[in-house]
Design a binder for this molecule. Structure first.
Ligand code: CTP
Length: 449
């Protein structure tokens, strides 16, 4: 009896998969197929899997060459499975050639010829055409966006708009680095060239650009803060909903896989009832950049406040929330450091933001049984611990986070534009509007001095 095992995502089950399973089965008597979970596929960079795990397992199970289907959900599982199921042969398509040679210590490794001209990626593109995106703004964040969007294969960035197309040094730099992206001189031209826009302009322009894009029927992914007044945020979400468009605020932490899991863990009761959230994010910022030159909407809280407010929104909620601020201002009246104190019933929170003050950047979620600690950079959550009264007790968790991490946000945006459900709760319109309300209140107080 020769037992063969193979693995894959098997999204949009196709002839290439069938051929692979057939050849794998021909190597022995029994074929076990490991199907990658959504989460594990996501962690490994497959950000836009369409079929659910159930559908993918069902499709493979129905295939006449399959004898057993198992789930693959973690790195290192292949060795465990080979030992557990007494496997003789590990088989995989030759697009993985050489990558699994290390398994030869445990069984025979066979790379099977891949079927030419078909793949899940090709089918995804046939089913859902490229999402053509335009960018508004051409600064540091826009550049990062282009790089990270490259990991979401179904997105194509077509054009960039800047209000000063002939004089902007950042636009010239951007175009030099991205020669395939066209410069457009007007917003209508930008909208003509795209299905969705990414807004990466100064804070106080977000609302107007988002409104124009939504009115033109374009989906919008807007850098944080989406709006600086509650009524603007509410209006934008209403407009998006009326027009059946996706409007998403780009707080990258909200879409970061590790952060989402940490919030779920906190909600699971493992630390008891939650009574406190402390979030700190500081980043010393040199003079001369937008954060210090924009006297209306620059400063620490408008720049970093979205990050520290996010876990508060997620864990305290938005109803009956109260808040107050303490800031240190510079000679121009911009906050070099701000603390925000929030309360909802018996839950307290504190956020610290500094562009001119350095502090420990950590997130601590405290409950009646213990606390969760995520050290800096918790806003790109990769590692966190549950701790309790007993100092020896430490439950450790880790999650993948690749490079700048914007790819998770971009993938979620595209996924939602394609009409898939299930990722909307990462940052809801109500949470975005509440953060706009808090920003509005902060700016009203600060700008009065
Ligand atoms: N496979 C194959 N021939 C194809 C496509 C896939 O033999 N044309 C094989 C892969 O090599 C792998 C298995 O099928 O052994 C499962 O691959 P999976 O990654 O699920 O499928 P792809 O179509 O390659 O997916 P994607 O395009 O998302 O990378």
């Amino acid at each position: 009896m020769t037992r063969v095992i193979t693995y894959g995502v098997f999204d949009l089950f196709h002839q290439g998969h069938i051929n692979l399973l057939k050849h794998a089965k021909e190597l022995g008597d029994e074929l076990i197929v490991g199907i990658t979970t959504d989460q594990y596929a996501y962690e490994r960079g497959k950000l836009t899997v369409v079929d659910s795990l159930e559908t993918r397992m069902e499709n493979v199970r129905k295939c006449p060459y399959t004898d057993e289907v198992i789930v693959e959900d973690h790195i290192g599982q292949k060795v465990e499975d080979i030992l557990k199921y007494n496997i003789d042969i590990f088989a995989i398509g030759d697009d993985w050639f050489g990558k699994f040679d290390y398994l030869e210590d445990y069984c025979k490794v066979v790379y099977l010829p891949r079927t030419a001209g078909i793949s899940s990626s090709i089918l995804r593109l046939e089913k859902y055409p490229y999402l053509r995106m335009g960018i508004i703004g051409a600064g540091r964040i826009a550049q990062r966006f282009v790089k990270e969007a490259g990991y979401v294969r179904e997105i194509q960035i077509t054009s960039v708009y800047h209000p000063n197309p002939d004089t902007s040094a950042s636009l010239a730099r951007f175009l030099g680095q991205n020669t395939a992206i066209a410069k457009v001189r007007t917003l209508p031209k930008l909208f003509d060239n795209c299905d969705a826009v990414y807004i990466a302009s100064p804070h106080d322009t977000h609302y107007a650009y988002a409104k124009a894009a939504l009115e033109a029927g374009r989906h919008v992914l807007c850098e944080k803060p989406l709006a600086l007044r509650k009524k603007d945020a509410v209006e934008l979400f209403r407009l998006a909903s009326e027009k059946g468009l996706v409007l998403m605020e780009g707080i990258k932490t909200a879409y970061c896989p590790g952060f989402c899991r940490m919030i779920s863990l906190a909600r699971s009761g493992v630390i008891g009832e939650i009574h406190d959230v402390e979030a700190s994010f500081t980043r010393l910022t040199p003079p001369g950049v937008r954060e210090w030159t924009d006297l209306k909407t620059g400063g620490s809280f408008t720049e970093l406040g979205s990050y520290v407010l996010l876990p508060v929104m997620k864990l305290l909620g938005t109803d009956n929330l109260t808040w107050r601020f303490e800031s240190v201002l510079n000679a121009n009246g911009l906050d070099t450091y701000t603390r925000v104190y929030l309360r909802r019933q018996d839950m307290l929170a504190e956020g610290k933001c500094g562009l001119g003050v350095k502090s420990e950047g950590e997130l601590i979620i405290s409950g009646t049984k213990g606390y969760i600690l995520a050290e800096a950079p918790w806003w790109k959550t990769q590692y966190y611990e549950v701790r309790g009264e007993n100092p020896a007790y430490r439950q450790r968790y880790s999650a993948e986070y690749a490079e700048d991490g914007l790819r998770y946000e971009i993938a979620d945006f595209m996924y939602r534009v394609q009409g898939h459900a299930g990722r909307e709760d990462k940052l809801t319109p109500v949470e975005s509007a509440k953060m706009a309300e808090i920003m509005e209140d902060f700016l009203a107080g600060r700008n009065k001095g």
